[in-house]
Design a protein around this ligand. Structure first.
Ligand code: SOE
Length: 384
């Protein structure tokens, strides 16, 4: 397939900015099979969405996604709204024959996620889920190394996503803290990344979980202005209806144990997504705060030379690096979003299945729901 693909993006918050940059950048960095037009950006507030269109380079803005998903001049719908609306928008778009890129987590409940996956299976259009960290070059490289046997048999895993933007009890009740909008708290927002990464890196599914979730600050100021992630609040307070912290154990399909942590209360940890995969032949560790590098341990090397080795994933032969800078130059948080666009457009052009699929999203959703169920039942093991 060649020609121009016209994109409409629904939503315009933090992820709207990240995705806009990617839609603009990917065709300039990579040799894509199609031209991309950033056609329409959609949001409920007409002035704010018009400002976003002008700032980020969308041709026009609109206020009703229902009118946009059925337009004949739109090929791709990119969903960057809070989780509660993913289900309705994605299904309408797929039924209208549009390709869909949807932010994570897939939905707010297992039932909604299943319906979305069913719509994706029945559509000839492509559907892809935005677990973007899979496309940080170091993590793509880690997946390849593990698949080639670099750690041998996976025996144990640690994965933590730790932030601290809610330590302040006056940080307001943004949509991420409301169950009806977000589904889960830290568990769904950032724990979902940790779960997806473990499954992506090891190729092993989480089969059962035992965990605890907790809400440390039980009520917060109602949000009066949305700024960044945390926003601004006034005097009125309302209950927090999701978790602040989730700590859980997962049993992988090969029997290995995985320790997971997702928190917005790790004081001083701004955006630490760390994962370590340990096997009988070696280990690989990654931390998003040093996202251009891997720590690699080879247990089969000469005993006296063994130790974790820092490997910089910045070379033109590494995943996605061909389009960027000369040897040794670094990438940042936003680059993975451009890699996501590249892979999505390639899958559309080559008629292949883009990953993560909506089915992958269902699997993660089941794990999230199982962790909450386990916590509600004195941490008993819950089968996925
Ligand atoms: C907020 O916790 C957040 O923006 C998540 O929603 C994103 O998925 C993650 O990439 C960074 O943190």
């Amino acid at each position: 397939m060649t020609g121009t693909l016209r994109v409409a993006m629904i939503g315009y918050g933090f992820m709207g900015a990240a995705h806009s940059q990617a839609w603009r950048t990917a065709p300039r960095v990579f040799d894509l099979p199609n031209d991309i037009e950033m056609a329409v950006i959609v949001g409920r507030n007409p002035e704010a969405v018009a400002d976003a269109a002008a700032k980020w380079g969308w041709q026009e803005s609109a206020t009703d996604w229902r009118d946009v998903v059925t337009r004949d001049d739109i090929d791709i719908i990119d969903i960057v709204t809070p989780g509660h609306s993913h289900h309705e928008i994605a299904i309408a778009a797929l039924e209208a024959g549009k390709h869909v890129l949807c932010e994570k987590p897939l939905a707010n409940s297992g039932g909604d996620a299943e319906a979305m996956a069913e719509a994706a299976r029945s559509s000839s259009a492509k559907a892809m889920l935005g677990f973007t960290y899979r496309r940080v070059p170091a993590l793509t490289r880690a997946r390849d190394l593990i698949a080639q046997g670099a750690v041998g048999t996976v025996q144990q895993v640690r994965a933590a996503y730790r932030q601290d933007w809610l330590v302040d009890p006056e940080a307001p009740l943004s949509w991420r803290l409301q169950k009806d909008l977000a589904g889960h708290g830290a568990l769904g927002d950032i724990g979902a990344h940790a779960i997806d990464l473990v499954q992506f890196l090891t190729g092993l599914s989480v089969e059962k979980v035992s965990g605890v979730i907790d809400t440390i600050v039980k009520e917060r100021p109602v949000e009066t202005e949305r700024v960044g992630i945390a926003g601004k609040g006034g005097d009125e307070k309302a209950p927090v209806t999701v978790d602040d912290v989730a700590i859980f154990t997962g049993r992988l399909e090969n029997g290995a144990l995985a320790a997971f942590e997702a928190t917005r209360f790790a004081t001083g940890r701004k955006n630490e997504l760390s994962v370590e995969i340990s096997g009988d032949k070696g280990a690989i560790a990654f931390n998003l705060e040093s996202l251009n590098e891997l720590q690699v341990y080879d247990r089969t090397a000469d005993e006296l030379s063994q130790g974790f080795t820092r490997v910089l994933v910045t070379e033109p032969g590494h995943p996605y690096l061909e389009g960027w800078w000369p040897t040794g130059h670094m990438l940042g948080y936003e680059h993975a979003f451009s890699h996501q666009v590249k892979d999505f457009i390639d899958a559309i052009a080559n008629d292949t299945t883009p990953t993560p699929t909506f089915d992958d999203g269902v699997q993660v959703q089941r794990v999230l729901d199982a962790v909450e169920a386990s916590s509600n039942d004195d941490s008993r093991w819950v089968q996925i």
